[in-house]
Design a protein around this ligand. Structure first.
Ligand SMILES: Nc1ncnc2c1ncn2[C@@H]1O[C@H](COP(=O)(O)OP(=O)(O)OP(=O)(O)O)[C@@H](O)[C@H]1O
Length: 717
């Protein structure tokens, strides 16, 4: 047996061996929390003899869950790696076991954005809405906000209401927003689909209503560990509170300086106040950084020290000296891109592979000049963005084929029934929709019952149905990867891509097969197609790794939790990074943390660049305040901005800082509350816009509502 404490520093050892009670680890960037977490898991299993199935380890992304599973497998040699998952993924496990408590089948569908869009399309078609009423992406945001804040009890409609009553509510709705919202809930219930919010809400509901189920899970989870705790949100927090209620062994680890998801509801105070809420909390500080050179760390420390609201802490570099952090000011964006690419080439000539170099940026549009320069120099690169791997057409098609085998659901059916062409176009589908409506059955069932009818003569209906039935009949005995290859082959889908000559799409399919195969290896033999489908719906493009030697391009958000030998952080200009949408001082501190996360991804080399010129709206581009925050001796410019420009930038930053709303930037009001304004008089709060730091108030004496900044005092009833 290996010694699990080998190669750990004293605080890491403490984190590993303090197993009982409430433990909080405040871990700086690159201080080895992943290492500590996985060793702790192995320690619990091998030294204390805890069964892996009684440990829950929550990670922030599926990718980190997979990595953690792999590490733990390597450490313990055990195939059973317990519950290592994201909160959403873990809720899938809860619901797969206990969804009967809410009369949902085990085989519910986990919906991703593309599924939600497909459902929205059905609602829009049925109720004559167009994208002019609302784009899908705005509709998705609206639904999420309504579910989280405005109608947090929405899930009762889905669970308690009958499908018919829910449909009536949808049909009775007249405002576009209501039509979309209730139409979507209806579609969800109709096909037993659950989106990310539902997963947690439904689990909490089951626990609240069923003492025995709650007890079962509480008793099962003897030890709970949560990574990236600084980005936990309210619902996740509630779930965690319930889960640790029996054994009270909760281990959390996070870094307040890396909170970058407050815009999505994350709240670092859960980490900061942990010791005030839970009894006898042991706090361990991990401040030794093993990732970056002292040069990189000094620059990052210098930046983050400019945040006012933070726990004062200093990361200490453990690695030997490296090259200085390099900066560059380009006269144009093209010049900046040329410098970045020039540095990449120089590194490559020194024997550094492309895969060890990563370009990071705040917003996608910044990549255009860099991409052009890379193409010109014929340097291979991959963009982690836009169309996410699991949202690509061919991947969605392939997964729909897998889904139809298990669920026979309408969404998958509509997606693939006519791909490749089976002569099942609009007219025949309309017939099936009508038939399904009358018989209250699925479209698949409708086709099954009608395939011998004249309308379907000369179509591929018969062969489609028999293909699905055949594969479905024996899929239980075969590995998922085999089922996938089989269906892609027999459906003619793969040869369709071959005829289209889409090599890239074929490569992506190969990548998918590989990822299924790896999933099977990680999960052991008992992985079923249902389980795979539930988990794959939780994936994001961060999960699709590249195997070829290519430069990676990604946003800073996507780089969370990752590390790269050489990092090129470009577009460091005011209006880009920090983003022009930053409106509050809190928001500005979050941008600075984001820049800190970006810089601390780098191990050996860090390159910071920006360009003069103007933005889309004609305003001048100034170097980012984050560059000015770094002490000058810690940033070596290969071409520096002129002193005059720096002074202008400082003036600009000082001006813009004055316009940022004051902290704490919290409204303190609830929707519907009556308030009194010094001049406008009485009114009602319609909405609280945290990002604008304003309350939307309908004043009694005014026709239209006004946004009133948090800065202005409002009296309450
Ligand atoms: N005690 C140690 N001795 C040597 N190297 C270590 C030690 N602990 C961790 N490392 C190395 O330091 C690097 C950072 O560790 P890890 O990825 O676990 O950090 P992290 O705390 O999760 O980082 P972040 O919060 O920035 O994402 C890894 O390459 C890891 O192998």
């Amino acid at each position: 047996m290996m010694d699990y404490l080998d190669g750990l520093n004293p605080s890491q050892r403490k984190a590993v061996t303090a197993t009982e009670g409430f433990i909080r680890v405040i871990a700086g960037a690159g201080s080895g929390k992943t290492r500590a977490l996985s060793r702790r898991f192995a320690f619990l299993v091998d030294e204390l003899g805890i069964l892996p199935g009684h440990i829950l380890c929550v990670t922030f992304t599926n990718k980190s869950a997979n990595e953690m599973r792999q590490r733990i497998h390597n450490l313990t040699g055990d195939n059973d790696t317990g519950y290592i998952n994201t909160f959403h993924g873990f809720c899938v496990s809860i619901l797969q076991e206990d969804s009967h408590a809410i009369q949902y089948p085990k085989s519910f569908l986990v919906l991703d954005n593309a599924d939600i869009d497909a459902m929205l399309q059905l609602v829009y078609d049925e109720r004559g809405l167009t994208l002019r009423n609302m784009t899908f992406s705005r509709a998705r945001d609206m639904i999420e906000i309504r579910k989280l804040f405005k109608e947090p009890d929405y899930y009762r409609d889905m669970i308690i209401m009958s499908l018919d009553t829910l449909k009536q509510k949808y049909m009775d709705a007249s405002r576009a927003e209501d039509i979309i919202f209730y139409g979507y809930l209806y579609q969800e219930k109709k096909c037993f689909g659950l989106d990310y919010n539902d997963l947690i809400k439904f689990s909490l509901y089951i626990f609240a209503e069923n003492e025995d189920i709650k007890k079962k899970w509480q008793q099962r989870l003897e030890y709970i560990m949560i990574d990236e705790f600084q980005d936990i949100d309210k619902l996740q927090y509630q779930l965690m509170e319930v889960l640790c209620g029996y054994h009270k062994n909760l281990f959390i680890v996070g870094d307040p300086d890396q909170t970058i998801y407050t815009w999505r509801g994350a709240d670092a105070t859960y980490l900061m106040d942990f010791d005030k809420i839970f009894p006898n909390v042991t706090t361990v500080m991990m401040m030794q950084n093993y990732r970056s050179t002292p040069q990189i760390l000094a620059a990052a420390n210098s930046l983050i020290s400019k945040n006012c609201h933070r726990l004062e802490k200093k990361l200490v570099a453990m690695l030997p000296d490296g090259q200085p952090v390099l900066g560059y000011h380009g006269e144009t964006q093209e010049a900046e891109a040329a410098w970045v690419v020039g540095q990449i080439q120089a590194c490559y000539e020194q024997g550094i592979s492309y895969r060890d170099m990563t370009v990071l940026y705040r917003a996608h549009y910044v990549t255009r000049p860099v991409e052009e320069a890379l193409m010109r120099e014929q340097i291979p690169y991959t963009l982690y963005s836009g169309t996410q791997f699991f949202n690509r057409r061919e991947i969605k098609d392939a997964l729909s084929y897998l889904r139809i085998i298990v669920y026979k659901d309408d969404l998958s059916f509509l997606r693939i029934v006519n791909i490749p062409k089976r002569n099942l176009g609009k007219r025949r589908i309309a017939f099936l929709q009508k038939y399904a409506e009358q018989k209250e059955c699925s479209l698949y069932q409708a086709l099954h019952e009608n395939m011998e009818e004249t309308l379907f003569k000369g179509t591929g209906a018969l062969s489609f149905i028999s293909l699905i039935e055949n594969v479905a009949a024996n899929q239980g005995e075969r590995p998922v990867s085999e089922v996938l290859s089989d269906i892609l082959d027999k459906s003619g889908y793969e040869s369709l891509l071959r005829t289209e000559g889409s090599q890239e799409r074929l490569d992506n399919l190969a990548e998918l097969k590989q990822s299924v195969y790896e999933y099977e290896m990680a999960c052991g033999e008992e992985s079923t197609l249902e389980q795979y489908l539930a988990h794959v719906a939780l994936f994001t493009n961060r999960d699709a790794e590249t195997r070829v030697d290519k430069i990676k391009l990604m946003t800073v958000h996507a780089a969370k939790g990752l590390e790269f030998p050489y990092v090129f952080l470009c577009g460091m200009n005011e209006g880009i990074f920090p983003s022009r949408r930053t409106r509050t001082r809190q928001g500005m501190e979050e941008e600075r943390r984001l820049a800190f996360v970006a810089m601390t991804r780098a191990e050996k080399g860090l390159y910071l660049s920006e360009a003069a010129g103007s933005h889309f709206d004609g305003s001048l581009r100034y170097p980012s305040r984050f560059l000015l925050d770094i002490a000058p001796e810690l940033l070596t410019y290969m071409q520096a901005p002129q002193e005059e420009l720096i002074q202008e930038a400082r003036d600009y930053v000082a001006r813009s800082q004055r316009y940022l709303a004051e902290p704490p930037g919290k409204s303190g009001f609830a929707v519907g509350q009556r308030v009194k304004h010094g001049i406008f008089g009485w009114g009602t709060v319609l909405e609280v816009e945290q990002d604008q730091a304003a309350n939307v108030v309908q004043f009694d004496n005014m026709k239209t509502p006004r946004r009133i900044s948090f800065k202005v005092r409002l009296e309450q009833t």
